[in-house]
Structures are given as C-alpha cells and as structure tokens.
Ligand binder design. Structure first.
Ligand code: NAD
Ligand code: TYD
Length: 357
C-alpha cells in the first residue's frame, strides 16, 4: 500500500494510472479536489479494488493520522500542491497554505505514524516529496544546468512555497531521521494537463481560433519532460534513492516558449487544419510579460542517470505529437474541466486580449 496525495491532478493521475496498470500494489489517493483536481482523470481505475480515493486536505492532521493508521502505507508520495505560477502571483496565500503549511502538517502526521512502525518497516518506509526545478531560480543563456547542489533562489511565490516545503522535508530527515526523498523536476507536459499551463492552453485556444498568448518576447527557455517519464523517475527514486537525498529530473529538451508554440501550431496545421487554410501561427499574440518571469531553467540529470540508471524514454517531438493527439481525441475531458471557474481565470489573467477578427 502506498499513499499518494494530489492524485487527481495532472502528474499524480498519470502516476496512479501507471502504478495500478503496472501491478505495483494498492494505492490510497488523498486529494482535496481543488479547481485542478478531476476525479475523471482516474475514471479508468475507479472500480479497481486496489484503488481507494479519499476526499480531503493534506493539511487535515486528524484525517491524515486516521488514514495512515488504517492503511499503514509503506510510502507516501506528495504531489498535492498549488502548482501554477500565474495564480501564485495573483493570490500567493493559497500557496503558503497548501504547499508550506499543508506539507509540514503531512510531514508531522507522517512522523508520528512512522514512529509507531517496527524497526524493519521504519527502515523501508519512504516519504517522497515531488518538487520542481523552479526552486533554483533563473539561469542565464550560457550558465551550466542546475545540479542538486545549485543554491535555492526561488523567484515566484509558487517556487518560494515549494522551496519552503523542500526545506521542511530536509529538516524532518536531518532532525528526526524520517526517510525522505525529494525530486526536482522540470516542466511536464502530456495528457490531462489543465489548460492553464502553456502547452494545453495553446492547444485549447488554437482549436478554438482564439489568440495564443506569448508572454514578452517568448524567448524564455524551459526544459520539457513527458509526464510518464516523470512518473518513471519517481518510481526509480522510490525504489533506489538514498534517504535524505535529492534528485534532479529533466527531459534533455530545452526549448524557447515561442518554439514550443510554433511546434504546436505546425502539428495542428497538419492534424486539424483551420478552415480556409490559415496557419495556426497567425493566432500568436505577444502579451505583457509575467512579473519576475524566470528566463531559463535547465536540468543536469547526471545524478539520477548514473546512480539510478534513469533516463527519459520519450523525445520532445514524439511526446508533443502524442499530447496534441490526446487533446484532439478527448474534447469531452477538456469541456468538463473548462467550465465556470476556468473561464473566470482566463478572463482575469488574459483580460483585454483581443479576439481575432
Ligand atoms: P496539478 O495542479 O495538476 O494538481 C494538483 C493536485 O493537488 C490536484 O488534484 C489538487 O486537487 C490537489 N490538491 C491541491 N491542494 C491540495 C490539498 N491541500 N490537499 C490535497 N490535495 C490537494 O499539479 P501537477 O502539475 O500535477 O503537479 C503535481 C506536483 O508536481 C506539484 O507538487 C508540483 O509542484 C510538482 N511539479 C509539477 C511540474 C509541472 O510541470 N506540472 C513540474 C515539476 C514539479
Ligand atoms: P507554465 O506552463 O505556466 O509553466 P512555468 O511557469 O511553471 O514554467 O509556463 C511555461 C512558460 O510559458 C513560462 O515561461 C511562461 C510562458 N507562458 C506564456 O508565454 N503564455 C501563457 O499564457 C502561459 C500560461 C505561459
């Protein structure tokens, strides 16, 4: 039995689906079902006797204590978070509440549970915290990629809240001996990503003939990893990672945002041409830059590659094509997640963005 938090979100749901389909054992999924959590993401396993859903907050200490005592997991994988940088800029408090206070509360309840385990089970137990490369801050164009030793320089309220939670995880290993693991992963993409993030937002708007908002000059660089490769990295760290260690995870695919947007446009021109044959790229619209926008992220993955033998399996072009095809094939999913509160967010975030003529 493992406990996954935030399993109804983008990465957590991919992880739970693979975990169950791979026969790795039973999963309890604790999820608050915020705007980003969709039980439909796990419809394929909803009736699986090895899948157990619990609706609740990682910050609810009594609920978590009861869950741990009942299910006695051998590991906890903490995906639950507020995860969108732009939302952290317009409303940072929710990020402190879930990412910092919620993670600390989860750690505290985990420690109390872990202390009740017999010594051999204590030694095997793992708390795996899913973090981000954004805690390392921004790189210049020529700077070497982030290693695990790179100092923390979080620049957004989102990355600051993730950095704070990473520090609490580290402190619980150092102070109490709780066997923790932390991963710092680059930008994920793939099926079931909520269309507030760059790639699904661009696909969503392009299919509706709406403007494709590119912040600033569009030359900001991200490293992109297909979501199932992130899941395989988490499994590798869970199995072979050394307690107290951190592992960087990346896709070996640095791309400027404008290049990513153009790739989506070209692929859609081929798979779903616009009426009249106008290229989707005609919809690209440069908008005001994000405040404090990090210029470049890049991951040095040599630690996880050499120590755990992990490497990404899906290249960027192949992963993007699969992703775009998934959104074309799953219009009903997109409809179901882009109702009321999504529209409010888009109106607030992209206000004044003109509709195309
Ligand atoms: P997401 O926003 O898609 O999903 C977050 C999930 O957590 C949702 O199901 C939501 O309902 C749930 N949740 C939120 N607050 C909760 C709470 N208080 N208690 C319980 N559940 C709660 O996020 P994602 O993109 O799947 O990211 C998952 C994790 O991976 C996050 O910790 C994020 O920081 C990290 N990460 C994401 C990326 C990326 O590119 N998306 C990259 C690196 C790391
Ligand atoms: P995002 O998907 O929000 O991930 P993150 O900010 O965590 O890296 O954004 C990826 C990049 O795309 C980032 O540089 C911001 C940029 N971006 C746009 O240019 N336009 C948009 O509408 C969005 C949502 C993001």
């Amino acid at each position: 039995m493992i406990l996954v938090t935030g399993g109804c979100g983008f990465i957590g749901s991919a992880f739970v689906l693979e975990w169950l389909q791979g026969g790795h054992g039973p999963v309890v999924n604790l999820d608050l079902l915020t705007y980003a959590g969709h039980p439909g993401n796990l419809a394929a396993v909803a009736k699986d006797p090895n899948y157990h859903f619990v609706h609740g907050d990682i910050g609810n200490a009594a609920l978590v204590a009861q869950l741990l005592a009942t299910h006695r997991p051998r590991a906890i994988i903490n995906f639950a978070a507020e995860s969108h940088v732009d939302r952290s800029i317009s409303g940072p408090m929710a990020f402190a509440q879930t990412n910092v206070v919620g993670t600390l509360s989860l750690l505290d309840a985990t420690l109390a549970y872990w202390r009740t385990l017999p010594a051999p089970e204590q030694a095997l137990f793992r708390f795996l915290h899913v973090s981000t490369d954004e805690v390392f801050g921004s790189l210049s164009a020529q700077a070497p990629a982030f290693t695990e030793q790179h100092r923390f320089e979080p620049n957004s309220p989102y990355s600051a809240s993730k950095a704070a939670s990473d520090h609490f995880v580290r402190s619980f290993q150092h102070t109490y001996g709780l066997p923790t693991l932390t991963t710092h992963c680059s930008n994920n993409y793939g099926p079931r990503q909520f269309p507030e993030k760059l790639i699904p937002l661009i696909i969503h708007n392009a299919l509706r003939g709406k403007p494709l908002p590119v912040y600033g000059d569009g030359q900001q660089i991200r490293d992109w990893l297909f979501v199932n490769d992130h899941c395989s990295a988490i499994r590798a760290v869970l199995t072979g990672g050394q307690p107290g260690e951190t592992y960087n995870v990346g896709g070996r695919s640095e791309r400027a945002n404008l290049d990513v947007v153009n790739t989506i446009c070209r692929t859609l021109d081929e798979l779903r041409p616009r009426a009249g044959g106008t290229p989707h790229a005609a919809l690209i619209t440069h908008v005001a830059d994000r405040p404090g926008h990090d210029r470049r992220y890049a991951i040095d993955d040599s630690k996880i590659a050499t120590q755990l033998g992990w490497q990404p399996a899906v290249g960027f072009d192949e992963g993007m094509r699969q992703t775009i095809q998934w959104y074309l094939d799953n219009a009903a999913w997109v409809e179901s997640v882009t109702s009321g509160s999504y529209r409010q967010w888009v109106d607030q975030q992209y206000q004044g963005l003109a509709q195309p003529a």
